[in-house]
Design a binder for this molecule. Structure first.
Ligand SMILES: Cc1cc2nc3c(=O)[nH]c(=O)nc-3n(C[C@H](O)[C@H](O)[C@H](O)COP(=O)(O)OP(=O)(O)OC[C@H]3O[C@@H](n4cnc5c(N)ncnc54)[C@H](O)[C@@H]3O)c2cc1C
Length: 359
């Protein structure tokens, strides 16, 4: 299966619902159900489990890249949730014990959306007690998909766990006061008192940070960023054409800068995704994703700037699609700790002592 971004009724419907979902109680349940019905949730599973290996097998890399980009064009919030699902399926695939993996994959085939919640509430990070009891305490913040995701991969210090995330009483969406990505239904989720079975442990302590799977996987959310920027670029061109300004040389400067930025990011991301996801890829390949992240962020900021200057106040009209996409993309680009990621990429490059094309 391969996503057909331009012709897909699924993507058109998600794009059409994006405006209505742009508030804190925004309902993306219809989008998640549509992703299930179209086979996109199950497509992330390995082929042996009935999927297409999107994000979980080398053969599925290009289709995963296209899917994330296409969803980013339709609705960045839905793309964010889908990327978390793809990431969670990969982590389960890599690290879960056989019975938990089978059970989780069956849940995905039945329509369950998965997620990854790594960011701890600084006041009470998620922990397992030292006495060996399997009862969680603490909370996650910036947790996307409250009320929508069914199971999440979480970190408790260095240990990955797969836990249920469907208890509304534990969720606090009011903690998400961001101006963008409102429809992600993000917020705080308190796991305190939740007992988990021993098989909820995924792999061993520290596995989450194994490369090239951890930072190497950054290409996935960057593909969504790129899709968002592509949608903004298209909206800019359409608006300029509608105003009869598309042939103005100043506007064409902006169109050129924005188009070049998009293609630069696409080429970098394609290289990163294919090399990181290749069978037997070495840990240092993760740096390609980190460099591609840097390129993607800069490219997206170029596009946002071009759109704002090309359209003036029209880029800021509340309730318009352009204003929503601009706001969503600007926030989504914050993900995550960009200075640290750049430093890590540079460190790998210097340590390897090669030209960047040889990384
Ligand atoms: C739309 C959206 C959805 C999200 N969903 C999830 C989710 O489902 N699960 C999840 O776990 N997380 C999620 N996150 C959170 C994300 O993973 C990061 O935790 C979050 O982006 C941190 O953002 P921040 O800007 O506050 O901080 P940071 O990314 O840490 O950084 C802000 C700035 O400070 C700099 N900085 C950071 N540390 C230092 C330092 N020590 N010294 C100097 N400068 C520093 C950074 O480089 C950057 O310039 C989401 C984020 C977004 C935007």
């Amino acid at each position: 299966m391969s996503p057909d971004p331009e012709a897909s009724p699924l993507l058109r419907a998600i794009a059409e619902r994006a405006g209505a979902a742009d508030h804190r109680e925004g309902d993306v349940a219809a989008d998640v159900a549509a992703l299930h019905q179209s086979g996109w949730l199950a497509a992330c599973l390995p082929q042996a489990a009935g999927g297409s290996g999107w994000g979980s097998e080398p053969d599925g890399t290009l289709a995963a890249f296209d899917a994330l980009r296409a969803l980013g064009r339709s609705n960045l919030s839905v793309a964010r949730l889908y990327e978390g699902h793809m990431n969670a399926v990969k982590l389960v695939s890599l690290y879960a014990a056989d019975d938990l993996r089978e059970e989780s994959f069956a849940a995905v085939r039945a329509g369950a959306l998965f997620g990854v919640w790594g960011a701890d509430d600084p006041a009470c990070p998620l922990t397992l007690p030292d006495n060996g009891a399997l009862v969680l305490s603490g909370a996650k913040r910036f947790a996307s998909g409250l009320g929508v995701v069914r199971h999440v991969v979480v970190t408790a210090k260095d240990q990955l766990l797969l836990v249920p995330a469907d208890d509304g009483a534990r969720a606090d969406p009011s903690a998400w006061t961001m101006a963008g990505m409102r429809a992600t239904r993000s917020g705080r989720y308190d796991f305190t008192g939740l007992a988990i079975p021993p098989r909820a442990m995924l792999g061993s302590a520290g596995d989450y940070y194994r490369e090239p799977f951890f930072e190497g996987g950054v290409w996935r959310y960057c593909a969504a960023h790129l899709g968002g920027a592509e949608a903004l670029h298209a909206a800019m061109c359409e608006t300029l054409a509608g105003l009869g300004r598309i042939h103005d040389p100043h506007q064409q400067d902006r169109i050129a800068a924005s188009a070049i930025a998009l293609e630069t990011a696409r080429l970098w991301l394609l290289r990163a995704a294919t090399e990181v996801e290749a069978k037997g890829a070495q840990p240092h390949k993760a740096a390609l994703s980190l460099f591609a992240r840097e390129v993607t962020e800069n490219s997206c900021r170029t596009v946002i700037g071009a759109v704002e200057r090309a359209l003036g106040m029209a880029a800021h009209v509340e309730g318009s699609a352009i204003e929503r996409m601009r706001r969503d993309l600007a926030l989504f680009l914050c993900q995550a700790a960009p200075d640290a990621k750049r430093a890590r990429a540079v460190g790998t490059l210097l340590e390897a002592g090669v030209r960047i094309e040889q990384l």
